[in-house]
Design a protein around this ligand. Structure first.
Ligand SMILES: CC(C)(COP(=O)(O)OP(=O)(O)OC[C@H]1O[C@@H](n2cnc3c(N)ncnc32)[C@H](O)[C@@H]1OP(=O)(O)O)[C@@H](O)C(=O)NCCC(=O)NCCS
Length: 134
């Protein structure tokens, strides 16, 4: 169907929970995240039972390309490495802002791609979080 070739942001129904978990655990994206704990299948089921309503998945032609979540207005976002650099994250953020207009992002200073992504979309640096290495 023609419509299948248009990117869509869909609810994170149970069929996508494993996609989100695998992507979240993927070594190729681990550097981008503040927390890098490996997520087991049962952890994911418990988590998604409560939080799936705060997540969306970007779909094109039946394939999942990435996910976005907004919890307490705080973004979490990831595009599968096979589909990065094609505007997927930009699409997910713009669509998410229609649902969560006050959402913000906590981004690692080393995550140049993500900083550029949010700044391109008009986000500005407001705070710096200082932590100790322990
Ligand atoms: C950051 C991330 C979500 C970007 O996803 P993406 O789908 O590739 O991003 P897009 O294609 O929508 O790119 C949007 C903007 O991001 C920036 N960007 C994306 N890839 C980039 C790269 N390789 N280098 C520099 N900037 C980049 C650019 O500003 C780009 O806009 P432009 O194409 O107009 O220059 C993706 O790299 C990712 O999943 N990283 C791992 C997880 C992560 O870091 N999540 C964010 C935690 S806050």
């Amino acid at each position: 169907m023609e419509n299948d070739y248009i990117m869509k942001l869909v609810n994170c129904s149970q069929e996508y929970w494993e996609f989100v978990r695998r992507l979240r655990n993927d070594e190729r994206v681990a550097d981008g995240f503040i927390e890098t704990e490996k997520i087991t299948k049962s952890m994911q089921i418990n988590y998604m039972r409560n939080q799936a309503q705060n997540y969306r998945v970007a779909i094109l032609n039946g394939s999942a390309l990435g996910y976005v979540g907004v919890i307490d207005d705080d973004f979490r976002i990831c595009t599968h490495p096979d589909f990065q650099g094609k505007g997927v994250a930009k699409f997910m953020i713009n669509e998410s802002l229609k649902i969560w207009p006050n959402a913000f992002a906590r981004v690692k200073i080393s995550n140049v791609k993500s900083l550029k992504l949010f700044k391109t979309l008009g986000f500005k640096e407001k705070y710096i979080i200082l932590t100790r290495d322990i």
